[in-house]
Design a protein around this ligand. Structure first.
Ligand code: BGP
Length: 474
């Protein structure tokens, strides 16, 4: 069977500033930098973001390599803590402006469509000390920073995103203590989530005012959609799964596309006295400023069932559900995440049926593998598992497009292996291998597979056995 994508389809990769650039010429710390400085033992092999993949100095080489592989799109982020020297006066770092301008210009020269994101988990430490996303003053400082970015780089960048995975700072930093500032407080997490949406909508408003005469300019938000499948079709499991969707998906998806929070979610928060501090003017801004295009990161679904036991302890979303471990799940053993490509089709269907077939694209999908050096053959990492992973996801995406989903592209996480928060370089995701000692880049088999597929007019073939296997996994 031939799997074919349109000529204009975006095939590319994504990364972020804090995970790729390194600290060179960076004057302010973000919370990830502080976390590493304070507790290096929390990071795999005690490797921090100080060098990362040295993109600050090697971006030109990476862009050449992207062009060689024939990738036509790319996403990265500007680091707030790099661009702004003084958050009150908005004094900017001239080195940062030079760096980002040259980086973006070189991508443009190679006809690589660029999406620039403004925030990837990287709250400047000085602003975290003032309460971070709990503080509405920080919301307004973010909008000022975003405005500066549009003014400084708007001539070079058409596609923008406000936030990457805004649910993550709320859940990881304010609920489950995975990330700095290690708080667990559902009321605060809700306020953090709400304030992020507010910062997003205010930014969209500024963007649309600034670029109202330029139809090529589009603004987005990157959501990690993790649709939830109930254990059974019994009412109580379906209800549990619906609540998971409300907390982790719809609470962000609805306001950015529909301009309002899901009514069931608002009722649930109200019943527990969890509603965030908000006012009519803010809700009006959220209502009136929707995105132009949606970016979706997809790694794994969620699975849930009704609780078997009474919930106890401080209030958490788990009061309303239990995570269900599906016995047949295929798990990536290195990252511990389920591999379930069919969800891509379900996401596409949800966007088509419930969000008026809104334009969207996959902005992250990928497979993190530990110890890839053991797969080296003739000097190259033979990552057939990653090629298989990509093929199966593309099969479902292609099927969704055949059923009229308005999907514009597919970006793999990531181009060159990058630093991944406290997992550091444990799991590698890249199409290109990074030698941490020398910073040398070597294209993996998956990189060559992508090149071949793109050169083949965005087409690859699947055997009947492969298709039967994909379809048999329900
Ligand atoms: C996404 C993040 C990325 C990246 C990726 C892989 O959620 O947007 O920043 O890190 O996940 O996850 P991890 O690095 O935790 O393995």
């Amino acid at each position: 069977m031939k799997i074919n994508f349109d000529k204009s389809f975006w095939f590319g990769t994504s990364t972020s500033g804090p995970q790729s650039e390194g600290w060179k010429n960076k004057k302010n710390d973000n919370i990830m930098d502080t976390w590493f400085k304070e507790r290096p033992e929390d990071f795999f092999d005690k490797i921090g973001p100080n060098i990362a993949s040295n993109v600050y100095s090697q971006y030109d080489e990476d862009i050449q390599m992207m062009a060689k592989i024939k990738l036509n799109s790319f996403r990265t982020s500007i680091q707030w803590s790099r661009l702004i020297n003084n958050f009150d006066t908005q004094e900017i770092n001239i080195d940062a402006v030079k760096f980002y301008r040259d980086y973006f210009e070189q991508l443009r020269n190679k006809n690589i469509t660029l999406m620039v994101n403004l925030y990837h988990f990287d709250m400047p430490q000085i602003l975290q000390d003032r309460g971070g996303w709990e503080n509405k003053e920080v919301v307004d400082l973010f909008v000022k920073y975003a405005t500066k970015c549009f003014e400084l780089f708007g001539d070079l960048v058409d596609y923008w995103a406000t936030f990457n995975e805004p649910v993550v700072p709320a859940e990881a930093g304010y609920l489950y203590k995975w990330h700095y500032p290690f708080i667990s407080d559902l009321k605060k997490a809700v306020q953090v989530g709400y304030n992020t949406i507010l910062a997003h909508s205010k930014t969209v408003k500024v963007f649309h005012e600034l670029f109202k005469n330029d139809l090529n300019k589009k603004i987005s938000i990157i959501l990690n959609l993790t649709p939830c499948y109930p254990k059974t079709n019994k009412e109580e499991d379906v209800k549990a799964s619906h609540i998971v969707d409300l907390f982790f998906n719809k609470s962000f998806l609805d306001p950015v596309i529909k301009g309002k929070f899901p009514i069931d979610f608002v009722k649930l928060l109200k019943s527990e006295n969890l509603l965030p501090e908000c006012n009519r003017d803010e809700l009006k801004i959220i209502r009136e400023n929707i995105i132009d295009i949606l970016a979706v990161n997809y790694y794994q679904p969620r699975r849930a069932k009704a609780r078997d036991t009474q919930f106890s302890g401080p209030l958490m979303p788990e009061k309303w559900f239990e995570t269900y471990n599906w016995p047949e799940a295929r798990i990536n053993p290195y990252r511990g995440w389920e591999i379930y490509p069919r969800t891509i089709y379900d996401i596409a269907k949800d966007i088509k049926d419930n969000y008026n077939n809104f334009p969207w694209f996959i902005s992250e999908n990928g497979m993190g593998v530990q110890g890839e050096e053991k797969f080296v053959k003739n000097g190259i990492i033979n990552d057939q598992y990653r090629i298989d992973f990509i093929k199966e996801h593309l099969y479902w995406l292609n099927k969704a497009i055949a059923d009229n989903s308005n999907c514009l592209g597919y970006q793999i996480w990531t181009f060159v292996d990058c630093w991944s928060w406290n997992n550091a370089y444990k799991n590698r995701y890249g199409l290109v291998y990074l030698d941490l000692e020398t910073q040398k880049r070597i294209i993996k088999e998956s990189g060559y597979w992508m090149k071949k597929m793109i050169e083949n007019n965005n087409m690859f073939e699947l055997t009947n056995e492969e298709v039967e296997k994909y379809e048999s996994i329900k």
